[in-house]
Design a protein around this ligand. Structure first.
Ligand SMILES: [Zn+2]
Length: 71
């Protein structure tokens, strides 16, 4: 009998990293396109962080240095 050969262990399903639900094969390891989008957004917002401090420093320092008419 070769019945035992048919018993194939299913791969352990990983939960969606966003919401924890069971992942779907098509969009593994996420459970839905929405969660996939959320993860992508997280990733992008992390690497595309724009430094806004430079602008503020320029305005602050520039106006103070120019105002010196005494000399
Ligand atoms: Zn999810």
């Amino acid at each position: 009998m070769k019945q035992s050969a048919k018993v194939t262990p299913l791969r352990p399903k990983h939960p969606c990293p966003i919401c924890g639900k069971a992942s779907v094969r098509d969009i593994y390891p996420f459970c839905s396109a929405r969660c996939k989008d959320i993860d992508l957004n997280r990733w992008l917002s992390g690497s595309y962080a724009i430094p806004v401090r430079d602008d503020e420093e320029e305005i602050d320092g520039g106006s103070k240095r120019d105002s010196n008419p005494a000399n």
